[in-house]
Ligand binder design. Structure first.
Ligand code: ADP
Ligand code: NI
Length: 225
């Protein structure tokens, strides 16, 4: 599915894939390498649908690397960024490509977009769309439950009202977070935040699956279904 890429690009991406896999191997909170593979696949699909030219190597490299610098997964994001820079240099990426990949992976997350919207290139917008598509729909529901379980969240508490206007600091520090509230605080909002029309089209049915799920969940909670 990397058809059209040069031998050099394919070799670079093979090494990047191995690097990302080793970095995420231990994760048990829903950022594992299966998530990365899905994001790469979605990013590839979105890239192929563009009419404007895009750098597919930058897109796929950023998709593979985007969670290797996450502050939830690594002790020092700064050190992790430096390690990625060294990797890209060792693979003979141009400094323009390397800078672009680093910019994408350090500015694309939901958390880093909470206080102010980050400006991303079309390549970055595609990787962000792919990552956010993988946070919604049936997969998104499963990941939220998996993450909530790993972090000891309650599944639901009708007393805790959803906080729909979170800033970056409070997003990371929700002592009374529940899995259902996470839908209001983030997951229901993502579809409208997507960049490309192709991602928005894919998001429509994913959004409906989540809406139906939460509505049915609440009806069952109240013994109404
Ligand atoms: P980002 O890196 O874009 O800021 P996160 O790392 O917070 O996003 O989210 C990664 C995954 O974990 C997503 O699938 C998200 O829905 C899920 N997740 C994050 N926070 C919570 C939470 N408090 N409860 C349940 N799921 C969560
Ligand atoms: Ni991700």
């Amino acid at each position: 599915n990397q058809g059209g890429l040069s031998m050099n690009s394919q070799a670079q991406l093979t090494t990047i894939k191995t690097f990302a896999k080793s970095k995420l191997a231990a994760d048990k909170t829903g950022h594992n390498f299966d998530h990365i593979q899905r994001v790469v696949k979605l990013a590839n699909r979105l890239a192929k649908a563009q009419t404007k030219p895009v750098d597919l190597t930058v897109i796929l490299a950023a998709a593979y690397l985007h969670d290797t610098i996450d502050d939830k997964l690594v002790a020092s994001p700064k050190q992790a960024v430096n390690e990625v820079k060294e990797l890209l240099t060792s693979l003979a990426f141009s400094s323009a490509q390397s800078d672009e990949i680093i910019h994408i992976i350090t500015h694309m997350s939901y958390a880093s977009n909470l206080n102010e919207k980050q400006v991303l290139s079309l390549e970055g917008q595609i990787v962000q769309d792919a990552d956010w598509l993988d946070a919604i729909g049936a997969i998104g529901i499963t990941r939220a439950i998996y993450y909530g379980g790993a972090h000891g969240e309650k599944i639901y508490d009708p007393e805790i009202l959803p906080r729909t206007q979170l800033d970056k600091a409070s997003y990371r520090n929700l002592a009374d977070e529940t899995i259902i509230n996470h839908f209001y605080e983030k997951l229901f909002k993502l579809a409208d935040m997507l960049n490309t029309p192709q991602a928005r089209a894919l998001a429509a049915s994913r959004q409906q699956v989540m809406k139906d799920f939460v509505a049915t969940f609440k009806a069952e909670w109240d013994a109404e279904a």
